[in-house]
Design a protein around this ligand. Structure first.
Ligand SMILES: O=c1ccn([C@@H]2O[C@H](COP(=O)(O)OP(=O)(O)O[C@H]3O[C@H](CO)[C@@H](O)[C@H](O)[C@H]3O)[C@@H](O)[C@H]2O)c(=O)[nH]1
Length: 307
């Protein structure tokens, strides 16, 4: 299939493009490079030895997206592009709401216009809010702690509604837990522009000596060692999840958690990283980061076939 991948130069997007190409699909990447690099496209090509079509475009550019649909045969869309949740994002809701919802609507509209019926949406465990762990797909969603999470929940609802109006439109809503790791080539990985907000890239930059020490956000959570617990899933497993989703799309909207089902605390992760690499990661405990919850991990039985 020819798959339009928005945000395909980003961390999860680039690993997914490799998985798609290796599974025999073609990819058309649309990315505005706001938190990614052009050279990642070259690396995808080098790793897979396959051709890639690239458009430097913002997913909110309605006319530009229309031109892409008009000029290319597209069988399906994977929509990764979006502004990401970080602590301080709670201060700029309008930007998040505009970018993340407009892009979903523009792409869904183009799919309706051009008869594209396969859509895989990059959602997030954030939509569960501060729910009871483990998070199960059937749970009622709680309000999330940041505008980014709200945009993911709203995009899910918009796409679900479209499947009701147009039963041929098939959507998978993939709720990611915390992706970590890199492609085995070592050529691509998580390299955010600027100082990382997420734990793993921060830890790797401390290990490299680029940042002085890790700041652990809070040690007063009701968890195993009082630090935040998350479900860290390897990015290549996440990438494979997208290929499987595309291959198995069914009519209507379907939700899948993409997580391991196992919770790991911040200090457990730091210790595991130190043990695996034989490197010390200096850290200090500081106050909680606004918007963070204590525990977030998946009930992964729907994707692993256990349910
Ligand atoms: O410098 C840091 C960064 C993070 N943390 C902690 O590490 C854990 C993980 O934080 P982070 O890597 O920032 O991920 P989350 O806040 O869990 O958010 C991620 O996981 C969500 C899904 O659960 C996605 O929606 C988000 O986009 C994604 O960034 C949390 O307990 C943080 O408090 C630190 O202590 N120090």
């Amino acid at each position: 299939m020819n798959i339009l991948v928005t945000g395909g130069a980003g961390y999860i997007g680039s690993h997914t493009c490799i998985a798609l190409l290796e599974a025999g699909h073609s990819v058309i990447i649309a990315d505005n490079l706001c938190n990614s690099r052009l050279e990642t496209i070259e690396k995808i090509i080098n790793i897979t030895d396959k051709e890639v079509t690239f458009f430097e475009i913002d997913a909110t550019d309605e006319q530009g997206i229309d031109v892409i649909f008009n000029n290319n045969k597209i069988d399906g869309v994977i929509h990764f592009a979006g502004l990401k949740a970080v602590g301080e994002s709670v201060d700029i809701p309008l930007t998040y709401y505009y970018n993340n919802i407009a892009s979903t609507m523009i792409l869904a509209k183009a799919c309706q216009k051009y008869g594209v019926n396969r859509f895989v949406f990059s959602s997030s465990a954030t939509v569960y809010g501060d729910n009871k762990v483990p998070f199960v797909e059937t749970m009622n969603l709680l309000p999330t702690t940041n505008p980014y999470g709200e945009t993911k929940a709203m995009s899910e609802r918009i796409l679900t509604d479209i499947t009701k109006a147009n039963p041929e439109f098939s959507v998978d809503l993939l709720r990611y837990f915390n992706p970590v790791g890199a492609h085995e080539s070592g050529l691509i990985g998580e390299a955010p522009n600027g100082i990382p907000n997420n734990l793993m890239p921060y830890v790797t930059q401390v290990a490299k000596g680029r940042l002085k020490k890790l700041r652990v956000f809070g040690n007063d959570y009701p968890t195993i060692d009082d630090t935040g617990v998350r479900d860290y899933i390897h990015v290549l497993d996440l990438a494979e999840g997208h290929v499987a989703a595309l291959d198995n799309l069914k009519e209507g909207a379907h939700i899948y958690n993409l997580g391991t089902g196992q919770g790991t605390s911040v200090l457990e992760l730091v210790k595991a990283f130190e043990d695996a690499n034989g490197i010390e990661v200096p850290y200090e405990i500081i106050e909680r980061r606004p918007g963070d919850i204590a525990s977030c991990y998946a009930d992964a039985s729907k994707v692993t076939g256990g349910a």
